[in-house]
Design a protein around this ligand. Structure first.
Ligand code: ZN
Length: 322
């Protein structure tokens, strides 16, 4: 048994349209905290917005590149399609009322594995699920007391990710052989895999649609999924193992809040393996997270130019949870 395992989802990065609409939805409706207001390090004239629990605990982080005015993407094979977010089992009633009161149409709840699931889309068409998971309450999570959702119903982090492929091969052998995922069940054409500890935050669901055409990554679709590794040493070992499997892989990239390697699983979905540290409080206090534009040190000399290219965004006026 390999002792080095991925520890679940580190973050998911998707593509939004207008950044203010993105903030209004994820903070104002879903009640996540904007924990980092930064720029896409590969395209510094555009925002990279990070939403998470109060302090950006590993596994709670959903992030967006904002591409205002860009084309919408198309869901298809070789793509991660749906982000599932965990909520306490007692919280689903609350969420159905809350989504309805914000005019967000949803489907469900439906029963899937041992979960209840409601499905909807964000303001730019990104497919989302809220999953009432039996183990949601045992997750590492910090309540944000400035948020609009009461802690007992609040989103507890990323629950799982759904990817779509035209065939099981060669994705499944790569997941199970190289990355250490384990098949744990199947229901209605959905195959579930667990990684590391398994459970909420460590699920990958695979939907196979034979003959499906390739998706197009743009507004309203997922850009990549990052998996957790505890430290730099294990990350180096993953790099070596994936490289030896013949899969093209990036160098180790310093993202300042974590270190990352990128590669495509052979079906086409862009994966990242990211370290848990240093974390989001390395350059801001926990209280101040997300309140100002932060740049990694190597972009700081260009701050004035970067700020002049970014549209202003504001946190929504929130009715605080009682
Ligand atoms: Zn990433």
């Amino acid at each position: 048994m390999n002792e080095r395992t991925l520890q679940g989802i580190h973050h998911v990065t998707a593509i939004a349209g207008d950044p203010q609409e993105n903030v209004d939805f994820y903070v104002g409706v879903l009640g996540l905290r904007l924990v980092k207001r930064s720029v896409n390090q590969d395209d510094p004239g555009t925002y990279h917005l990070f939403y998470a629990d109060a302090i950006g605990s590993p596994g709670t982080d959903l992030t967006f590149f904002a591409w205002p005015g860009a084309l919408h993407g198309r869901e298809g094979a070789g793509q991660a399609t749906t982000v599932a977010l965990a909520v306490p089992q007692t919280g689903l009633e609350y969420w159905m009322k809350r989504l309805a009161s914000h005019d967000v149409a949803f489907e469900g709840p439906v029963h899937r594995f041992d979960e209840e699931v409601i499905a909807f889309s964000d303001v730019h068409g990104q497919a989302l699920e809220l999953v009432a998971a039996p183990d949601a309450l045992s997750r590492q999570w910090h309540a944000w007391d400035g948020g609009p959702v009461p802690a007992e119903a609040a989103i507890r982090g990323l629950h799982g990710i759904t990817i779509k492929e035209a065939a099981e091969d060669p994705t499944v052998p790569f997941l199970t052989g190289t990355l250490g995922f384990r098949p744990v069940g199947a229901v209605g054409g959905r195959r579930r895999f667990a990684v590391g500890p398994g459970g909420s935050g460590a699920w990958l669901d695979l939907l196979v649609t034979p003959g499906a055409s390739r998706g197009r990554v743009a507004v309203g679709t997922i850009h990549h999924i990052a998996w957790r590794t505890p430290d730099d040493e294990q990350q180096r070992q993953w790099w070596q193992q994936i490289n030896e499997a013949g899969v093209p892989i990036s160098d180790i990239i310093d993202r300042f809040w974590f270190h990352s390697i990128y590669f495509r699983e052979p079906g086409g979905v862009l994966f990242e393996i990211a370290t848990d540290g240093p974390g989001f409080t390395v350059d801001e206090t926990a209280d101040g997270l997300g309140t100002r534009l932060v740049l990694p040190p190597w972009l700081e000399p260009h701050r004035a130019e970067i700020e002049s290219r970014l549209p202003p965004i504001e946190l929504p006026q929130l009715e605080r949870a009682r």
